[in-house]
Design a protein. Structure first.
Length: 383
C-alpha cells in the first residue's frame, strides 16, 4: 500500500475479518489515506459491494491464503472482497502466503493452475522463513516486489524494452579468516528495487547480488558474489552486453592483504589485532573508462554528510573523478539509507547538474532514478 500510494496511486483497502486480526483498521487507513471497506452490507444505497470493483484499475490480494485461493477458484462471493473481485474486469494480482505443505497440496496446486488459466496473475511465493521454525516455499513476496509487479500490470512505461540492464546490489564482504569479514550495512534493498523497476519497464536484467539480505527477485538473472574482486569480475563480464549499468552495491574500498586459513585466535594475538589493508580496484571508474558507445553508467555515492551544499560538492567531485554518466547521492547513517525501507536521493549528471531528486520508498526511488537516466539511452548518447 505504501509503495503504491507514494508512487501517486489511489489505493482502496478491502479488508477481510481475518486481515483485521493482523493489521488494525487505523493503520490501514493511515497508510492508504482512504477509509477501509470491510462490510458487504455497508453503503448499500451506492451499491458499494460492486462499485469498488467496477472502479478499480487493478486488484491486488496480499497475502492470498490457501482458503482465499479455494474460494476464488469456486467463484464465491460471501464477503466484500469476493464481491469486489467478481464485479471487476481489472487485472487481478495475487501474492500467495502459506505454509509449504499447504502451497504444495494437490488442492492448492489445482486451484492455482485454474486461476492462471483464467488470466489471474501471481507474484511469488518466495522461499524463506515462515512462522515458527518452518522454512520453504510459501513466504509472501517482499512488498517492493509486489508493487513492481502491480505497476507492470497497469501499463507501466516500457521505455527499457529490448535493453540489457545490469544492476549491482548489496554490500561486499572481505574475509579475514573462514569466520570473519569486513563488510558494511547494505541490505541490497535499493538495488533489488532498481532491478525490479527495470524489469517492469521491459528490460532484460542482470542483478549482481553481493550478500543480499532480501529475496532475489524473479524474472531477472541473479549472479551472487561476495567480495569486491568477485563483483568486479562479474560486472565487467555483464557490462560487455549492457546498455545501462547501475552500480548500487556498497563496495569495500579496502581488503585484507592476507586471509588467514584458520580462525584467528585471540589467545595467540594478545590484546591487539593489527590488520593490513590494501586498496580494491575502482570498479566504477574502470567501467566508465571502458564503456561501450551509447552505454550509460550510473554510480552511487553513500555519504554521511548532512549539509546539503557539502553533500553536492562531494558528489560533483566524485562524478568528475569516476567519469560515470550519472551519480546517485544518498545520505546514510545509523538510522537512514542502509537496511531501511525508504531512501532520499539526488541524481547528478556529468556536468554536476541536479537532474532528479526524490524521497520515498525504495521502489518509488528506483523508478525516479530510472526516469532521470533513461533519457540518455533514448538519445543514444552519453549524458
Amino acid at each position: 500500500m505504501r509503495a503504491l500510494v507514494l508512487a501517486g496511486h489511489s489505493v482502496q483497502v478491502v479488508a477481510t475479518d481475518a486481515a483485521l486480526r493482523f493489521v488494525g483498521r487505523p493503520t490501514l487507513e493511515a497508510i492508504s489515506r482512504n477509509p477501509v471497506h470491510t462490510e458487504l452490507y455497508e453503503g448499500v444505497a451506492e451499491v458499494r459491494h460492486v462499485a469498488i470493483g467496477q472502479a478499480a484499475d487493478l486488484i491486488v490480494v496480499a497475502p492470498a491464503t490457501a482458503n482465499f485461493l479455494a474460494k476464488l477458484t469456486a467463484g464465491m462471493a460471501d464477503d466484500l472482497l469476493g464481491n469486489t473481485i467478481l464485479a471487476s474486469r481489472a487485472p487481478l494480482l495475487l501474492a500467495p502466503a502459506m505454509h509449504t505443505e499447504m502451497w504444495q497440496n494437490a488442492a492448492t496446486v489445482s486451484n492455482v493452475a485454474t486461476l492462471r488459466s483464467r488470466g489471474v496473475h501471481f507474484v511469488g511465493p518466495a522461499s524463506g522463513q515462515l512462522t515458527g521454525a518452518d522454512s520453504g516455499p510459501g513466504r509472501m513476496s517482499e512488498p517492493d516486489e509486489i508493487a513492481a509487479a502491480a505497476l507492470a500490470l497497469v501499463g507501466a512505461t516500457q521505455d527499457l524494452a529490448g535493453r540489457h540492464v545490469v544492476v549491482t546490489a548489496g554490500g561486499t564482504r572481505e574475509p579475514l579468516d573462514p569466520v570473519r569479514f569486513i563488510g558494511n550495512r547494505s541490505s541490497g534493498k535499493q538495488g533489488v528495487a532498481l532491478a525490479l523497476a527495470a524489469a517492469a519497464r521491459g528490460a532484460q536484467v542482470t542483478l549482481i547480488g553481493a550478500n543480499l539480505e532480501v529475496d532475489a527477485p524473479p524474472h531477472v538473472t541473479v549472479v551472487p558474489v561476495m567480495t569486491a574482486l568477485e563483483l568486479s569480475s562479474a560486472v565487467t563480464d555483464a557490462a560487455a552486453s549492457a546498455d545501462l549499468v547501475v552500480m548500487a552495491a556498497a563496495v569495500a574500498d579496502y581488503r585484507p592483504d592476507a586471509v588467514a586459513s584458520a580462525k584467528i585466535k585471540k589467545e595467540t594475538q594478545g590484546d591487539e589485532l593489527v590488520l593490513r589493508l590494501v586498496k580494491n580496484p575502482d570498479i566504477l571508474q574502470a567501467l566508465s573508462a571502458a564503456r561501450l558507445p551509447g552505454q550509460v553508467i550510473v554510480g552511487f555515492a553513500a555519504e554521511t554528510e548532512t549539509d546539503r551544499d557539502r553533500l553536492l560538492q562531494l558528489g560533483r567531485a566524485k562524478i568528475e573523478r569516476k567519469g560515470c554518466d550519472y551519480l546517485v547521492l544518498n545520505t546514510v547513517g545509523w538510522t537512514e539509507g542502509f537496511a531501511t525501507d525508504g531512501n532520499a536521493v539526488v541524481v547528478l549528471d556529468r556536468s554536476g547538474h541536479i537532474v532528479g531528486e526524490t524521497t520515498g520508498s525504495k521502489a518509488s526511488v528506483a523508478d525516479s532514478i530510472l526516469d532521470s537516466v533513461v533519457r540518455a539511452l533514448g538519445a543514444g548518447v552519453r549524458a
